[in-house]
Design a protein around this ligand. Structure first.
Ligand code: BGC
Length: 439
């Protein structure tokens, strides 16, 4: 670990990212149906290795997590953390920790409960959140699509449909106009969160609609890219000062260092265009900045075809998150350098760790922030860092509630929030505009 005493740029944004379905409660969309249909299966399948559909990862502290993991309720979002009602409190919490930005998502299924009508109350809710943030000098960053889709959209083919970009565009216009009519200008948007998630929905089949079809996978990403591009044009037409991006999931893929390293490297070069670059290459010209979500570092061994190229072979290395994800902060530095080749400003739109051990979170926070600083020192134009996430929330199954990514704990009976030591550490980093020795 290295510490940097130098500060971040003056107007660097420090904050957190959240997503509607994971925090609001009582959202009814394709995910809600998926959870209800599969909760018992996930609970029965739970074990010391978490099954991600293309291999398993060893969980840390399995015995501590097991009571939650084997309970079907772990996989139901339900009331979530009641942020639909407690949104003001959560903004207050972020403000009290000194944050200058908050990324949240608008729930499409609330705003358009059917294709023909708009729920004005829901729309006003999100406008109010953006206004409240601005009034507290925190920059809102609005995600328009964070995994969940209205059931009417999914039922008619979802992103597989050729018309899907146009249907999505209408929704983005509804939100964009409402924000602009309310006088919110120069708003930052991350249109689509992690389009690469189509790997899970259409290749591995672990996210809804649970398909395993390479053709449909590419079709879905292509349509999402078109969706991004038409949303970009609409949001710019509505207000030319809007800053529009999408939040990419950027993995760090590294070849295994053995005598077959060059073959593994060629393999990475061969799969990258379909895994990481397919959406990016089609949209990057229509991005004002690039959002980078980063969690994964993977060592690829071409000769482990039988085990997904050993994709997760480094899962036994330490340190790991509770979910078995190998923690490698240096990867963030690497992916930021990689993304900088597009010559656009970059924002870390998500970075964090699922752990019940807050010391692990503290270490990871400091190390990843230092990795961002090194990227800035190397010339990357990084504009902000958003930690995932503010409050422990509902994680996408097969993880569910047992994945604790928050700076703040929550009692799900009383909904009382309690900041963890990492929350105060983050507050201090923000106050000093960077990590100082001793953090
Ligand atoms: C998603 C978040 C999720 C986080 C941790 C990201 O891929 O955008 O919604 O909670 O990873 O799993």
């Amino acid at each position: 670990m290295q510490n940097s005493n130098e500060q971040f740029p003056e107007d660097f944004l420090w904050g957190v990212a959240t997503a509607a379905h994971q925090v609001e409660g009582e959202t009814f969309n394709d995910w809600r149906s998926w959870e209800i249909a599969n909760a018992s299966y996930w609970a029965a399948a739970a074990g010391p290795r978490l099954d991600y559909g293309n291999g398993t990862l060893p969980m840390v502290n399995w015995l501590r997590l097991a009571p939650e993991a084997i309970n079907p309720d772990n996989y139901i979002s339900g009331r979530a953390i009641d942020n639909w009602n407690l949104w003001r409190e959560d903004i207050g919490l972020a403000e009290s920790l000194g944050m200058t930005s908050l990324r949240f998502s608008v729930e499409w299924s609330r705003i358009q409960p059917n294709p023909y009508s708009i729920n004005k109350t829901a729309l006003a809710h999100y406008v109010q959140i953006a206004q409240e943030l601005r009034s507290r000098r925190m920059e809102p960053i609005v995600t328009l699509h964070h995994f969940t889709k209205p059931t009417w959209f999914s039922a008619s083919g979802g992103w597989e449909r050729n018309e899907s970009p146009i249907i999505f565009e209408k929704f983005t216009q509804i939100v964009g106009r409402a924000m602009s009519d309310a006088g919110i200008s120069g708003l930052r948007y991350t249109v689509i969160n992690e389009p690469e998630q189509a790997v899970l929905s259409h290749l591995r089949g672990t996210h809804p609609p649970g398909k395993k079809n390479p053709y449909k996978y590419l079709q879905v990403i292509r349509h999402m890219a078109e969706g991004h591009n038409v949303a970009f044009d609409s949001l710019k037409d509505i207000d030319a000062s809007n800053q529009v991006a999408s939040a990419l999931s950027v993995w760090d893929l590294e070849p295994k260092q053995n005598r077959f390293e060059r073959v593994s490297q060629s393999l990475i070069s061969a799969i990258r265009p379909f895994l990481l670059d397919y959406f990016r290459d089609r949209t990057v010209d229509q991005m004002d900045f690039i959002g980078v979500n980063h969690y994964m570092h993977n060592v690829i061994d071409a000769f482990k075809i039988y085990r997904n190229f050993g994709m997760w072979q480094n899962s036994n290395a330490e340190p790991r998150s509770d979910l078995g994800w190998y923690l490698h902060p240096e990867s963030l530095h690497k992916v930021l350098l990689d993304v900088s080749r597009h010559k656009k400003p970059v924002m870390v739109t998500e970075s964090g760790v699922a752990t019940q051990n807050d010391k692990v979170r503290e270490r990871y926070l400091v190390d990843t922030i230092n990795a961002v600083k090194r990227a800035i020192d190397d010339g990357v134009d990084v504009r902000g860092f958003l930690h995932w996430t503010l409050v422990d929330n509902f994680e996408w199954p097969p993880i569910g509630w047992m994945g604790k990514f928050g700076l703040v704990a929550v009692d799900r009976e009383t909904m009382e929030r309690t900041p963890k030591p990492s929350a105060y550490l983050y507050r201090d980093i923000i106050k000093r505009n960077g990590v100082i020795d001793g953090n």
